[in-house]
Ligand binder design. Structure first.
Ligand SMILES: [Zn+2]
Length: 493
């Protein structure tokens, strides 16, 4: 191995040092870089392409289900932020403020949005006159700033992050609940059908809800290191924001009624979960659904076979491109095939096509799967269908590995010792009966930094409210008091 290829490769191990390994994959696969200010990152083209893939999928589904995109200012006047007290209290320690414009002190401080309810809600109030204006469904793709003093972890923990935030108003609580479930379904779908990550649906415990919300629902993904990632959240805000911002409407009898609102968001943490879930010690692994390059064609030639091999490779590249695949024909002269294999592996190209003189002669193509190096040979004539099938197989392999990790890592525990021991030994989720007291979460958190990441939802067939099913045992797994809820403890990102 040359020095150059060593430098190219990943040196840390995913299982031994997941944090260092993650940072190395992000940088070496050219997804992001660190900005000069602590807590900020620069998203590079290949990283941004992943965000665009997520955006394309979600944005399409939003629009199919009645959502319009808007854009609101990144600054929120302090007096607006103060109108909903839970928002102020919830975000206060993390808000970045602008106090000066040019050379002049501002009369009123402006918050850099930590979330946009406080600037969007007053306009929703303006735009909602009659029951005929409802439901009102708005979404914006933007970034928000939360000034947390934690170590930067690209896509997982940054002071500024990209996300989408949806904001809706409804005439009834039922309609608001329907909205909450629609968005949670779409978040689940983006994880399972686009990112190849199975998720659990649930709700956050009372003390960990979005500030001002009635209910916060969530999709949670389990990473291979045993920690949970909050994948996206969908909140039923009840009437607290509508009351604070006068979102009212005239009903059919011209009586004034207060609306119900929801908000829901998915951030680029989804990219973090994507990298963490599938990648390995060779570098990035991506499902074909989001990979900027789905197929890398590496021609292998000697001087006397170069012309034939390149021509054959080009024809295949053209066929695949025409069929809609994202293809790169890697015909660089200055790199040998081994270097190219390593580089495409590092960059997470799901499928590699190897084409040498034998392939040309036999009218075949050799295909290699990124996740496990499985190799097969297909007929030249069938290549378009074959690539399609192989990409699907690769997606299934990734999904199944992630699903197996999830299925094997939900365990039950019935005492504090058992909860601590199980999380300490295996990580993953520990399911237990819970009395509902935050102090019981604290007791676990203090010892092992695990918390209640979610509570399972009752059969959602009825879909009216986020109710938690009754536990099998009626004693809290921590304090032993009567318990009528179920909680999932885990360490989390
Ligand atoms: Zn308890």
């Amino acid at each position: 191995m040359s020095d150059e290829s060593q430098e190219l490769g990943i040196t840390e191990s995913k299982s031994h040092k997941p944090g260092e390994w993650y940072a190395e994959v992000v940088q070496k696969a050219n997804l992001a870089d660190y900005a000069p200010m602590g807590g900020f990152i620069v998203t590079k083209p290949r990283g941004y392409a992943l965000w665009e893939a997520i955006q394309d999928a979600l944005d399409g589904w939003f629009k199919e289900t009645g959502v319009d995109n808007v854009y609101f200012p990144m600054f929120i006047p302090e007096s607006f932020l103060e109108r909903e007290k839970d928002i102020v209290e919830g975000f206060d320690p993390e808000v970045a403020w602008v106090t000066q414009g040019g050379h002049d002190e501002l009369e009123e401080r402006l918050a850099v949005r930590p979330t946009s309810e406080s600037i969007i809600a007053p306009f929703m109030a303006d735009w909602t006159r009659s029951h005929r204006d409802l439901p009102l469904r708005l979404n914006q793709w933007c970034s928000v700033v939360r000034w947390e003093a934690t170590e930067t972890k690209p896509f997982f923990r940054t002071k500024e992050f990209m996300w989408q935030e949806g904001h809706t108003a409804h005439a009834t609580n039922e309609s608001a609940w329907e909205e909450v479930w629609t968005r949670l379904d779409q978040y689940e779908r983006v994880y399972e059908d686009v990112l190849a990550i199975p998720v659990l649906r649930g709700k956050k415990p009372e003390h960990d809800k979005f500030p001002g919300a009635d209910t916060t629902t969530t999709v949670e993904a389990l990473m291979p290191d045993g920690k949970s990632v909050q994948g996206a959240t969908s909140h039923n805000l009840g009437q607290s924001f509508a009351e604070a911002f006068d979102i009212t409407y005239a009903d059919e009898d011209e009586d004034e009624k207060t609306a119900y609102t929801t908000s829901w968001g998915l951030s680029w943490r989804a990219i973090g979960a994507l990298i963490m879930t599938h990648s390995d010690d060779q570098g990035l692994v991506l499902p074909p659904t989001v990979a900027p390059t789905q197929v890398a064609i590496v021609p292998i030639w000697q001087e006397d076979t170069k012309e034939d091999v390149l021509e054959y490779s080009q024809e295949i590249a053209d066929d695949l491109e025409e069929a809609g695949f994202r293809v790169e024909l890697d015909d660089r002269d200055e790199r040998n095939p081994g270097f190219k294999f390593n580089e495409h592996e590092l960059n997470g190209v799901p499928l590699r096509l190897e084409i040498g003189p034998y392939e040309v002669e036999d009218e075949e193509v050799t295909l290699v799967h990124r996740p496990d190096n499985e190799e097969s040979v297909e007929d030249r004539d069938e290549i378009v269908d074959a690539v399609d099938e192989h990409l699907e197989t690769i997606y299934d392999k990734l999904y199944q590995a992630a699903e197996e990790n999830l299925e094997n890592n939900v365990r039950e525990a019935h005492s504090p010792e058992e909860i601590l021991g199980t999380i300490g030994k295996h990580g993953g989720y520990v399911k237990t009966s819970w009395c509902g007291d935050e102090a019981c979460e604290e007791a676990i958190k203090e010892k092992i930094a695990a918390e209640i990441v979610m509570q399972p939802l009752d059969d959602e067939g009825g879909r009216t409210a986020g109710e938690v099913p009754e536990p099998d045992r009626d004693e809290c797994g921590v304090c032993g008091d009567p318990a009528d809820e179920i909680a999932y403890f885990a360490k989390s990102y």
